[in-house]
Write a protein that binds this ligand. Structure first.
Ligand code: AMP
Length: 112
């Protein structure tokens, strides 16, 4: 499958990894939008949040627990944001489920 994040998960495309286990991978975003900008992905291909179901959704809870640990490791004691962009209107550009962990600056709300 021609999926850039599957290729990152397999090691075919290099990334700056910050966490890895048998289920998920976390690596630094190439185009960081905050001092900390890490992407967390399931290794198994799920194209978007809209493809989650009762069989594959447990990995999302795991991603959130790891995101919390990474936020602590990155020193984000004043808070952080976890973002999932889903589909065209959600601004999703890579069609492999991923969560952005952003921190190190004050975030605006609502997003643009
Ligand atoms: P989204 O717009 O939510 O689909 O987010 C995709 C993110 O992937 C963007 O923030 C990109 O900067 C990031 N990205 C794309 N290619 C790579 C790559 N090879 N390594 C790290 N981050 C990437």
């Amino acid at each position: 499958m021609d999926c850039i994040f599957c290729k990152i998960a397999s090691g075919e495309i290099p990334s700056t990894k910050v966490y890895e286990d048998e289920q998920i991978l976390a690596f630094r975003d190439l185009d960081p939008q905050a001092p900390t900008h890490v992407l967390l992905i399931p290794k198994k291909h799920i194209s978007s949040a809209d493809e989650l179901n009762a069989e594959n959704a447990a990995v999302v809870a795991h991603i959130f627990l790891v995101a919390k640990e990474l936020a602590a490791r990155e020193g984000l004691t004043n808070g952080y944001r976890i973002v999932n962009n889903c589909g065209e209107d959600g601004g999703q550009t890579v069609k492999h489920l991923h969560f952005h962990l952003l921190g190190g600056r004050k975030m605006a709300w609502p997003p643009g």
